[in-house]
Design a binder for this molecule. Structure first.
Ligand SMILES: NC(=O)C1=CN([C@@H]2O[C@H](COP(=O)(O)OP(=O)(O)OC[C@H]3O[C@@H](n4cnc5c(N)ncnc54)[C@H](OP(=O)(O)O)[C@@H]3O)[C@@H](O)[C@H]2O)C=CC1
Ligand SMILES: O=C(CO)COP(=O)(O)O
Length: 299
C-alpha cells in the first residue's frame, strides 16, 4: 500500500495520517481547509485507491450520498458509532456504496493524542476479506501493533458500545461515586456489549480483547475521552448543548445511545446501562438513574 488518502482531518484523521506517513505517502482532506502536511482537495484525494474514512459515524450516509458513487476504492473505516436515526451499523451503510471485499474497519483502544505522540498502541483491522485487512495492517508503523480479524460486526459493536458506557463512566466520576462503582459499571457494560453483540452474530471473543474490553477500559476511565467528558458535564448538570459546545469535537456515544435505545426496544434486548445513558441524555436526573440501576432486579 504505497499511497493513502485520509478523509476527515479531525483529531483521528490527523493522527492516522501521522501514523501511516511513517511507511506510506499520505494526503489528507476535509470540509474545512487546514494548513497541515499533505492537505489536498477532495477530488485529488479521491484519485487515490486507498482511502481512510475518518468522518464521524453520523455523517457517513450523507457524505457517501453526496461524494461517492458506486466505487471500488480500498476503504478503511475509522469511525466508531451506530447511526442514531436508523440504528444502522456502518457496515450496512458502506456496503450500499462499496463492495464488502473492499471494506476494512479499524478498532481498538487508541486515543488520537497518544498516536500523535508515537506511543505504543494496538489496533485491529477487521474485514470480511482477510487479504484487505492484512494489506491495511502492513501500512501501520512499528509503534502500532496490528491484529487482523474477520469479525466486522463484533468490532463495530465494541467500538460503538464502549462510547455509551464511557458517558456512564464520566457520569459516575462526576457524581464522585467511587472506584467500586466505576469498576462495576465497566464490567456490567462489557456484559451488556456482549449481550448486544450476540444478537447480531458477533464472536464473543472479540469483546474480551482490544475491540471490546480494551477500548472500553480505555475510554470509560479517562478524561482523554470526549465521551467520558460528556458524562462529566452531565453529572455537573450542564445541558448537552453546553457540553458539546465546550467540547468542540465529536462524541459518538450521544448518537449511538439513541441508536441502542431504538434497537433494544425493537428487538427486546436488555440494555439497562445504555438505556439509562439515553434517558439521562434526554434529561433524566443521573441520581434517579443510579437508583434505578441499583434497584432493578433483572440480571
Ligand atoms: N479522537 C480519537 O481519539 C479517536 C476517534 N475515533 C473516531 O473517529 C471518528 C472521528 O473522530 P475525531 O476525528 O476524533 O472527531 P473530530 O471532532 O476531531 O473531527 C471530526 C471530523 O469530521 C469532519 N466532519 C464532521 N461532520 C462532517 C460532515 N457532516 N461531513 C464531512 N465531514 C465532517 C470534520 O470536518 P471539518 O473539521 O473539516 O469541518 C472533522 O474533520 C469518530 O467516529 C471517532 O469515534 C476513533 C479512535 C480514536
Ligand atoms: O475511540 C476512542 C479511543 O479508542 C476515542 O474515544 P472518544 O471518542 O471518547 O474520545
Amino acid at each position: 500500500m504505497k499511497k493513502i488518502a485520509v478523509i476527515g482531518a479531525g483529531k483521528w484523521g490527523q493522527a492516522l495520517a501521522y501514523a501511516l506517513r511513517q511507511k506510506c505517502e499520505v494526503v489528507i482532506t476535509s470540509r474545512t481547509e487546514r494548513d497541515i502536511p499533505g492537505f489536498v482537495s477532495l477530488d485529488a484525494a479521491m484519485e487515490i485507491e486507498n482511502i481512510v474514512m475518518a468522518i464521524p459515524a453520523q455523517a457517513v450516509r450523507e457524505w457517501l450520498g453526496k461524494h461517492y458513487g458506486m466505487g471500488d476504492h480500498n476503504i478503511l473505516v475509522a469511525a466508531k458509532g451506530i447511526e442514531a436515526e436508523t440504528g444502522a451499523f456502518l457496515n450496512e451503510i458502506y456496503e450500499a456504496f462499496v463492495p464488502r471485499t473492499h471494506l476494512t474497519y479499524l478498532s481498538g483502544p487508541s486515543f488520537a493524542k497518544e498516536v500523535m505522540e508515537g506511543l505504543p498502541t494496538a489496533l485491529v483491522l477487521n474485514s470480511h476479506n482477510r487479504l484487505a485487512a492484512t494489506a491495511w495492517s502492513e501500512a501501520f508503523p512499528d509503534f502500532i501493533k496490528t491484529y487482523v480479524s474477520t469479525d466486522v460486526i463484533g468490532a463495530e459493536i465494541g467500538g460503538a458500545y464502549k462510547n455509551v458506557i464511557a458517558i456512564a463512566g464520566g457520569i459516575c466520576d462526576g457524581l464522585k461515586l467511587g472506584e467500586n462503582a466505576r469498576a462495576s459499571l465497566i464490567a456490567r457494560g462489557l456484559v451488556e456489549m456482549a449481550r448486544f453483540g450476540r444478537e447480531f452474530g458477533a464472536n464473543e471473543e472479540t469483546f474480551l480483547s482490544l475491540s471490546g474490553a480494551g477500548d472500553l477500559f480505555l475510554t470509560a476511565s479517562s478524561k482523554l475521552s470526549r465521551n467520558f467528558r460528556v458524562g462529566l458535564g452531565l453529572a455537573e448538570g450542564k445541558t448537552l448543548d453546553e457540553i458539546l459546545e465546550e467540547l468542540g469535537e465529536v462524541a459518538e456515544g450521544v448518537g449511538t445511545a439513541k441508536a441502542l435505545h431504538t434497537i433494544a426496544k425493537t428487538n427486546d434486548i436488555y440494555l439497562p446501562i445504555a438505556n439509562e445513558v439515553y434517558a439521562i441524555l434526554e434529561g433524566k436526573d443521573p441520581m434517579e438513574s443510579l437508583k434505578d440501576l441499583l434497584n432493578n432486579r433483572r440480571r
